[in-house]
Design a protein around this ligand. Sequence first.
Ligand code: EPZ
Length: 431
Amino acid sequence: MTKYVIRGGNPLHGEVVISGAKNAAVAIIPAALLVDGVCRIENVPQISDVTLILGILEDLGAQIRTVNRTTLDIDCSNIRKCRASYDMARQIRASYYLVGALLGRFGNAYVPMPGGCDLGARPIDQHEKGFYAMGARVQVINGYIDAKAPAGRLHGAHIYFDVVSVGATMNVMIAAVLADGLTVIENAAKEPHIVDLANFLNSMGADIMGAGTDVIKIRGVPRLCGGTYSIIPDQIEAGTYMAAVAAAGGEVTIQNIIPKHLDCISAKLIEMGVEITEVGDSLTVRRNGPLTKTNVKTLPYPGFPTDMQPQIAAVLCLAQGTSILTEGVWDNRYRFADEFRRMGANIQVDGKIAVIEGVRQLTGAPVSACDLRAGAGMIIAGLAAEGITEIDQIYHIERGYEDIVPKLAGLGADIHVETTSTEEDWHIHAV
Ligand code: EPZ
């Protein structure tokens, strides 16, 4: 068993460089399937979700060459297969983008139902509705999404989503790029990674307008050709370090970011008494005094991101007064609350609402990272807590954070990775 061990109490100081955005990378890499030629993709984060999606693409027949630590050349010209590996694709949410990409390129996709964090129900009916409107037949057979365009090629369509969905917006956008005619997506999601995917596709020859607004228009083109593209910095990784400074105290400059993407997070931290200064493509976050309570509701962009909810919850656990946290996207994103309680947090959950009464001090405890952002929240709580926090199930965290242990250690945190022998594991489970 591998776990993170944190001795809390050190304020954070120094500079941290943010990696490429996970949720942009895991869409842009499958979208490379549409490109006839070599895509050079820069600022690719080194995280396990990216390793998996690259593995799936390679299994389909893509040639992938590592240019340097963060740059890859992907050539999908010779792919002829439309069936994605069951074992790999079912481990990751973003494998659903392969449906849009394979349908768009071949008019045929056979992709396992996706996996990903357990956040409550995660339907894909809006993806299916989009593909259906574009002329595809979609059914689930033996655990696979089986999608076919009987005409061999999708056609443009007018699609009004019933809910604002990041995944459905990106998937339909990918599928529409090579379709015949104009596709209009209404009630589209507006997250920074949607704009990034559109910019990537446009740089390869697509014709997409309106990404970042709630109406996106995609005019189909006959082919995309190769080029070079650099992925945007990760909004949520940056927000996680901002929350870590807020909880542990200190002063950290967060570099290689787009400050505008962080406005929704900065606004809440400032309300709580954190100082934030913007200089070019960096933010300096400083917290010396006490934290004060605030209320937070998660919403689609430009609202406060749901993927920052457990991290802000960790900070609210230490803020004077009673804060109300409302989850506006997922049905069940409070599974971390039991783990926070082990650390002395006073948090009561009722459905989508959590009431958090700030405590003066959290105390370290053994906890489990039940999902990616919950794990990030536990790291933040552990950095601020008195004593030792041990976090297991860290594979969830490594799905989305590049080098989180060395990055935090570089800021003065007392954190390291520890691997226990299987004999010790057996003892832990037996008692
Ligand atoms: C993406 O998930 C992200 N994952 C999630 O990040 C993130 O929490 C979420 O968007 C919201 O920002 C990836 O990008 C790989 P949605 P996605 O479709 O696309 C409902 C992380 O921690 N819905 O925007 O699956 C759904 O139930 C992860 O990095 C439908 O009803 O989310 C939810 O309530 C976790 N039908 C809401 O819409 C559908 O067909 C938003 O989901 C699709 C979604």
